[in-house]
Design a protein around this ligand. Structure first.
Ligand code: OSB
Ligand code: MG
Length: 361
């Protein structure tokens, strides 16, 4: 009898991660396990605190167990599942947790890798690092170490009061490294401050204003030489079209969970390819499951900038998969098993996780 099981695991972060909306000390994740002859997995990219998005682990669990499960009982086909899930407003991360699990299931049932199914071509992807807000000297040594390790691009979190002075110092010490910043919406009403960042020759400025302020982003982009990259603003293909139509940004950071799964993600990937919009893949400090999916999607050639996918040991002492993702010369290799390609370390999950939901389907 098929069954759905949801584990909650808490993986302490090696370094606490501070952004403009708060500090995160661990990755507290919901892991979806579905059994129907084979086992398939998904991860909800929600967190404990709704600072990046209105969704959190509890809302995701609520939407899954009270609403999405009924759709799952009707269909195991990921695209049909998403079509029917449209009647539930929002909650993209909850939907994505199940939808990506269904893609893993479909690929495994067809004896294929998910990479094959989405027509991914690359065998390895470029790895970038997203560095949180840290005391200045700690930040400098973290950057030096990241360069040494071979990361292809360095992203720094900024917030008002933690921006120009830091960037000035970074440029002074490290010269012309590939550098970007992520404001996580912290500069609403502070266009003037963002304009002063033009002189640091950043590859982009990620999400300076509120996610729904496309008009403000468009006005800011017209004054700014540095490209704006949208993260939180993009929840669907329609938002990507709106960015282009309004010139509200020039680059897209795609996160599978934020747009409601792989089906919607692939529409955005193709749209970016067609319209020559630079595209990269963001991250949510995912465990090996979400990470595997991020690596797989980046095998598509439309991803033409290094993303935020770092190896497992950048985040955790121990990941929940049997073979952690490793980086060599700034690249991460795709794991090539069926479905999302990875195997779970079930002993470890049973030890550190707890089952928060279980139901026969
Ligand atoms: O805004 O890109 C973001 C992590 C959690 C929530 C939001 C963001 C991030 C990151 C880290 O920047 C990316 C990663 O290393 O997974
Ligand atoms: Mg971001």
């Amino acid at each position: 009898m098929p069954a759905l099981k949801i584990y909650n695991v808490n993986l302490p972060l090696i370094t606490p991660f501070e952004t403009s909306f708060g500090i995160q000390y661990s990755r507290n994740a919901l892991i979806i396990e579905y059994f129907d002859g084979v086992k398939a997995y998904g991860e909800s990219v929600t967190e404990e605190f709704p600072g990046y998005s209105y969704e959190d682990n509890e809302t995701a669990l609520h939407i899954i167990k009270n609403f999405l499960i009924d759709i799952l009982k009707e269909t195991r086909e990921p695209e049909t599942f998403m079509e029917r899930a449209k009647k539930i407003k929002g909650h993209n991360m909850a939907k994505s947790a199940l939808e990506t699990m269904l893609w893993d299931l479909k690929a495994k049932e067809e004896g294929k890798s998910l990479k094959e199914i989405i027509n991914g071509k690359k065998v390895k992807i470029e790895s970038g690092i997203s560095i949180g807000i840290l005391p200045l000297e700690k930040l400098m040594s973290t950057i030096a170490n990241a360069i040494e390790l071979g990361y292809k691009r360095i992203k720094l979190k900024i917030k008002p009061g933690w921006d120009s002075d830091v960037l000035k110092e970074v440029r002074k010490r490290f010269g012309n490294i590939p550098l970007t910043v992520d404001a996580n919406q912290a500069y609403e009403g502070k266009d003037e401050k963002i304009l002063t960042l033009d002189k640091y020759e950043l590859l982009m400025i990620e999400q300076p204003l509120s996610e729904n302020n496309f008009y403000g982003l468009s006005k800011l982009q017209k004054k700014l030489a540095t490209p704006i990259c949208l993260d939180e603003s993009i929840h669907s293909i329609r938002d990507a079209e709106m960015m282009l139509e309004m010139d509200a940004g020039e680059i897209i950071n795609l996160k599978i969970g934020r747009v409601g799964g792989l089906t919607e993600s692939m529409k955005i990937v193709e749209f970016c390819g067609k319209n020559k919009i630079p595209l990269w893949c963001g991250g949510m400090l995912e465990t090996g499951i979400g990470r595997a999916l991020n690596v797989i999607i980046q095998t598509r050639e439309e991803f033409n900038m290094p993303g935020d996918t770092s190896p497992s040991n950048r985040y955790f002492e121990k990941d929940i998969i049997d073979k952690p993702f490793i980086m060599k010369n700034g690249y991460i290799e795709v794991q090539s098993g069926p479905g999302i390609g990875i195997n779970m370390d079930m002993g470890f999950i049973e030890k550190i996780g707890k089952v928060v939901f279980e139901e026969k389907i």
